[in-house]
Design a protein around this ligand. Sequence first.
Ligand SMILES: NC(=O)c1ccc[n+]([C@@H]2O[C@H](COP(=O)([O-])OP(=O)(O)OC[C@H]3O[C@@H](n4cnc5c(N)ncnc54)[C@H](O)[C@@H]3O)[C@@H](O)[C@H]2O)c1
Length: 118
Amino acid sequence: MGELEGKIAIVTGAAKGFGLASTKAFIDEGAKVVMTDVDDTEGQKQAEQFGDKAIFIKQDVSDEASWPEVFKKAEETFGPVNVLLNNAGILLFDNAEDVKMEDFHKILSVDLDGVMLG
Ligand SMILES: NC(=O)c1ccc[n+]([C@@H]2O[C@H](COP(=O)([O-])OP(=O)(O)OC[C@H]3O[C@@H](n4cnc5c(N)ncnc54)[C@H](O)[C@@H]3O)[C@@H](O)[C@H]2O)c1
């Protein structure tokens, strides 16, 4: 029996990278997973490989209004949520002098606001 047998998980940023790998690992351990990402083309495509063990919902984690919708759909599909992996994140590598405040605030909105909202 897997360590997440019967658990319902939300994984953000699940279309690729750590989020997709975590989705696979969670499913291997018995969980059902709600995958979310801003990239709905890749997210939808990746979710198909998991059959009835995963669904995909398009979500920008920095959008406060998106969160109740994601939890509602998760509960309607699989039941009450037990696990949340706040994985979605963006990075910017640049000299501090060259970073535009607009880009800095975008990073904060995804990496901080998005996690707090979740
Ligand atoms: N790769 C590394 O070495 C590393 C190291 C430390 C921390 N991290 C963190 O781990 C997380 C995943 O890293 P990764 O390498 O798999 O990243 P990645 O760029 O491969 O994947 C991130 C996913 O998040 C999605 N995403 C971006 N903005 C989003 C938003 N606003 N709402 C929802 N989804 C959004 C992207 O579309 C993408 O599918 C990130 O938070 C990253 O900062 C990564």
